[in-house]
Design a binder for this molecule. Structure first.
Ligand code: SF4
Length: 363
């Protein structure tokens, strides 16, 4: 069951081997926070992100050294790479030459039409798309003066820039409209949605630290996706980007759009709980990140109510006094010493995954 009713109809573009827009799967992307020219650290972070399911990675290109590093980075990673350029159009040209799979520019700060044309010609030559990244905080001067940093201003800027690229014969475009608050972000995308068929990259920028960032991103991205708006997404957090990717997938999962990896359900605990459930849930959550099967796992605080409350889970554990239990589909399978609960649960999960992958179906 999905909460999303009608997906917006868009043209389709391709970033590396990832289709964006139209009926393509909604992709999850992230951005490295290493110094791009530090190739080893950047590649190491991208490898962690690939493991977490990140489908497209963006790197900042603040100078020529970073642009040139793209070639070496690309040689060592699997997922498509987008070069993020501000101000200096020559960095966009160098990034494309170095093998970037797409360019992200904010035409508002690239400058003259001549410079934008140079970027467009280069993207055409290399057959790569361009993301027009409109940001409420950096609109073109005349738009800023007329509209201020509003949703209407962002839409105006996006339309103007889409037109400019299309006038230059370029159509492999996607657009993002970012503001740091949910209201402006959502309202800008809603306004622009019926006015163009370019695919949208969605997200709430500078969303904040872990809890505020996840809340803002979930509401902003979630509202849009539920309305069928959004073709690729990035959750922005002031955290390890792996958490951005995990949050992105949980948003998609919560909306019933897309699953990736096991789903963990766990109880909030109450006075009946006699074990350190927070710690156990953390251990299991981290271990599940390494597994890609879509089974549902429950971690419950007590064996009196736990198995029943988590009846829809494929497998789970519930704590007790000294001994916990392992259950499948709400039925108790066996009692386990508390210290062995996590290990035995993970062993059972792996057996279950193997069973599913062998084509025998879930139990
Ligand atoms: Fe409380 Fe048990 Fe329910 Fe957890 S499963 S909330 S410990 S009653």
């Amino acid at each position: 069951m999905t909460l999303v009713q009608h997906r917006r109809i868009t043209r389709q573009i391709r970033v590396g081997n990832v289709d964006i827009g139209s009926n393509a799967q909604i992709s999850v992307q992230s951005m490295t926070n290493t110094q791009t020219q530090d190739v080893d650290s950047t590649v190491a972070q991208i490898h962690q992100l690939e493991k977490a399911g990140c489908q497209i990675i963006r790197v900042a290109v603040p100078d020529m050294e970073a642009a040139l590093a793209i070639q070496q980075i690309k040689a060592r990673i699997q997922i498509p790479l987008i070069a993020d350029i501000h101000f200096d159009y020559r960095l966009a040209l160098a990034s494309a030459q170095a093998g970037a799979d797409a360019l992200r520019i904010n035409p508002g700060n690239i400058g003259s039409t001549r410079k934008i044309k140079a970027v467009v010609d280069c993207a055409t030559d290399y057959g790569i798309p361009i993301r027009i990244g409109v940001n409420a905080g950096s609109l073109e001067k005349e738009i800023e003066q007329q509209f201020g940093p509003t949703a209407a201003g962002m839409v105006k800027s996006a339309l103007k820039n889409i037109q400019m690229l299309e006038d230059l014969g370029f159509s492999k475009i996607k657009v993002s409209l970012k503001a740091s608050d949910v209201e402006r972000t959502v309202s800008a995308y809603r306004k622009l949605a019926p006015l163009t068929d370019v695919p949208f990259h969605i997200g709430v920028t500078e969303a904040g630290g872990r809890i505020a960032g996840i809340a803002k991103s979930s509401i902003g991205i979630g509202l849009l996706l539920a309305e069928g708006i959004g073709d690729t997404l990035r959750v922005s957090l002031t955290r390890d980007p792996v958490e951005e990717v995990r949050t992105g997938y949980e948003i998609l999962r919560a909306l019933g759009i897309r699953n990736r990896g096991p789903e963990l359900i766990s109880c909030p605990t109450c006075g009946r709980c006699r074990i350190d459930l927070f710690n156990i849930a953390d251990q299991v959550e981290n271990a599940l990140l390494e597994r890609s099967s879509e089974i549902k796992v429950a971690i419950m605080g007590c064996s009196v109510n736990g198995p029943g409350e988590a009846r829809e889970a494929d497998i789970g554990i519930a704590g007790g006094d000294g001994k916990g239990i392992l259950f499948k589909k709400g039925k108790v399978i066996r009692k386990i010493r508390q210290e062995e609960l996590v290990d035995q649960l993970l062993t059972e999960i792996d057996m279950m995954i193997e069973h599913v992958e062998d084509g025998n179906g879930k139990e």
